[in-house]
Design a protein around this ligand. Structure first.
Ligand code: MRU
Length: 346
């Protein structure tokens, strides 16, 4: 059985340290909001839904020991933790969605005592975790309908149980299809530069008894041309109202390749990953990370000292390349005209 990615226990958030995988299964204990912010920033916990759940508990930890007596002072403490957590990673919609849910609790319950507010905030963080588990199951069920016995599936990055509090989004679909008795084979991109595919997806699918083959990112085109891929299935970090979406760098390449080869391209994500305030993917903020991620592998330099590096860690795939968006609230088909894809117009 897979270890829990996130667990609230003994007044602490226990996080499976994903930077140690696949070598070691180790947990870190976050006692305050700074610990949680650091874990998100350093990608000890990663994947949009898991980041959201961690941030919710981080925000609770930010006020758990508050000695403030007045609501306004309490709110200042809350806002300090909220600000730091919101500055950890910019692209994952679920981070901001979870923080907004926690803020709603504080704003709606102004008249309550500070003790009561703390209790309500912990309750909300626990609800966000539980909901994530439930909605992963629903995504799995909704998406499994698109998978046929014998399918060969290409996935990118890690959108599995390690990226959520539940069975995962894209990988949740695969686990569910397998549970229904469908034999599937998965090809997992290694996913440069942080190697979530090689280190995490391959590890997790192997533990889950799924037939998985690791490939270099650049192998996808060859596999498609040889008709060795039936569908592409990935997660999402943020989906705009027209169905454009951001996901791990390299996802766009796969979408274009899939279109060129007539292969279905599916995105699996919680409904909460949709950012209704963005008309298109143009406005999605793309995180750039340190150049060491590209110049080094396992701490070993692989490029000349001083080389210029560009390291955007997400890209945006236009909705025209997406066949279905699989959510906990059903399947959506982005409209060819790019209108709000949630219309379910076709
Ligand atoms: O940088 P990461 O590892 O947080 O990126 C993760 C992804 O791109 C996932 O595909 C996405 O968050 C969906 S996870 C269910």
């Amino acid at each position: 059985m897979l270890p829990k990615t996130l667990e609230w226990k003994d007044d602490r958030l226990h996080i499976l340290d994903q930077t140690e995988l696949p070598y070691r299964v180790e947990f870190i204990q976050c006692r305050n909001y700074q610990d949680v912010a650091e874990a998100i920033r350093k990608m000890k916990v990663r994947g949009a839904p898991a980041i959201g759940v961690a941030a919710a508990f981080g925000l609770y930890l930010g006020i758990a020991n508050s000695q403030e007596k007045s609501y306004d002072e309490f709110l200042m403490e809350f806002t300090r933790a909220e600000r730091e957590l919101s500055q950890t990673r910019p692209t994952a919609r679920n981070l901001f969605w979870a923080l907004e849910r926690m803020r709603n609790v504080v704003e709606k319950t102004r008249s309550r005592s500070i003790k009561m507010l703390k209790e309500l905030l912990l309750k909300e963080a626990k609800a966000i975790l539980k909901e994530d588990q439930d909605l992963c199951q629903k995504i799995g069920e909704n998406g499994a309908a698109l998978i046929e016995d014998g399918d060969k599936i290409l996935t990118h990055c890690n959108a599995g149980s390690l990226a959520t509090a539940g069975i995962g989004t894209a990988l949740g679909v695969i686990y569910t299809a397998k549970g229904e008795g469908k034999k599937v084979r998965v090809y997992a991109d290694e996913t440069r530069p942080a190697l979530q595919g090689a280190r995490l997806t391959v590890w997790e699918l192997t533990q889950g008894g799924v037939d998985v083959t690791l490939i270099c990112d650049s192998v996808a085109g060859l596999l498609m041309r040889k008709k060795m891929i039936d569908l592409v299935l990935v997660g999402a970090d943020r989906i705009a109202a027209n169905g454009d979406f951001a996901n791990k760098i390299g996802t766009y390449n796969l979408a274009v390749l899939a279109k060129a080869h007539g292969i279905p391209f599916y995105v699996a994500a919680p409904y909460s990953t949709i950012d209704h305030s963005l008309k298109s993917g143009e406005d999605i903020q793309i995180e750039e990370r340190e150049k060491d991620e590209v110049t080094h592998l396992s701490g070993q330099r692989i490029a000349p000292n001083g080389v210029k590096v560009y390291n955007p860690v997400f890209d945006v795939t236009p909705h025209q390349y997406v066949d279905r968006i699989i959510t906990d609230q059903g399947l959506f088909k982005p409209s060819a005209k790019g209108k709000n894809f949630l219309d379910r117009g076709e």
